[in-house]
Design a protein around this ligand. Structure first.
Ligand SMILES: [Zn+2]
Length: 296
């Protein structure tokens, strides 16, 4: 009697134990599955950068998944963690504006390296495109229609995003700064068609293919591939700058040379010079000209 009761209790305990373990196993599998899902999501939405020295994963930059359906906000000023490397600081900053960071070695990454400086702009009224490359005229127009534009004083039809135009007018109030053409539109905000026309003037499909494959980059300092120009964003202007006073006035108002070899081209970054390195910018002197380039 005592024996069988004891056996019964042991048996009951055994079944309870089995039931408990099964539950725990199912629960743990559930967690694992959701972790796995999170990882899959991660690889899809993150860009991993590799350290060239040891070929190890050094950093991951992820798209904020909760932000995919809303406009990236620029109302709160962002300062990257200064313990990060230049490249990490730059990428952390532009992730605030650009929801998908191009994958290293891609055509878009090459474009980001050459023209991505504008994405560091922290001025709340400045708008940046959702991606580094517009595919056609319609897409470009659609973005341009969302911009608040302003006129550059004493020009026929030179327009920039209003805050960029205001900053440029301010610089021009300090010192005379002539536009490349002397008066007008093509030096300022351009259409996709104008960008394409300029490209065809200096390059062709063959050049484009070489840029796509990463075999040609110098052309990017002469002309931007169709759909990739900063001039499409209303944040660039081509100028004839010949003295230090002009450079100083432009820099003091947030304008910098950012595209290597493109001496005439100025970008509205909207930051004081002493803060540029905080965001990962590198100072580069090419053929005696000072550029602030991306660290990519
Ligand atoms: Zn330009």
């Amino acid at each position: 009697m005592t024996m069988s009761m004891g056996f019964f209790l042991k048996k009951t305990f055994f079944y309870i134990l089995i039931a408990f373990l099964s539950c725990a196993l199912v629960a743990s599998q559930g967690v694992n599955r959701s972790q796995l899902m999170a990882n899959v999501q991660n690889t899809k939405d993150c860009v991993t950068t590799f350290s060239s020295e040891n070929n190890r994963v050094s950093t991951q930059f992820c798209k904020n998944i909760s932000q995919t359906s809303i406009e990236p906000t620029s109302s709160s000023p962002f300062t990257p963690d200064q313990s990060l490397t230049e490249k990490e600081r730059f990428l952390a900053t532009i992730t605030q504006k650009l929801s998908i960071i191009p994958v290293p070695n891609s055509f878009e990454y090459t474009l980001l390296r050459a023209y991505g400086s504008a994405f560091v702009n922290q001025i709340p009224t400045i708008k940046l495109p959702p991606k580094v490359l517009f595919t056609n005229d319609q897409e470009t127009k659609q973005f341009q229609l969302t911009l608040t534009m302003g006129k550059v004083n004493n020009t026929s039809n030179c327009e920039l995003q209003k805050s960029a135009a205001d900053a440029f007018n301010q610089a021009r109030a300090q010192v005379q700064i002539p536009l490349k053409s002397g008066y007008g539109a093509s030096d300022c905000t351009r259409s996709f068609a104008t960008n394409l026309r300029f490209w065809q003037k200096y390059a062709n499909n063959n050049t484009l293919e070489k840029v796509r494959q990463g075999k040609e980059t110098k052309i990017l300092g002469t002309v931007a591939p169709p759909g990739a120009s900063q001039h499409l964003w209303g944040l660039a202007i081509d100028l004839r700058v010949s003295n230090e006073a002009q450079i100083q006035a432009l820099n003091q108002n947030g304008w910098y040379r950012t595209v290597e070899y493109d001496v005439l081209h100025w970008t509205y970054v909207g930051l004081p010079k002493e803060r540029l390195t905080e965001f990962g910018f590198q100072n580069k002197i090419v053929e005696g000209i000072n550029y602030w380039v991306t660290p990519l």
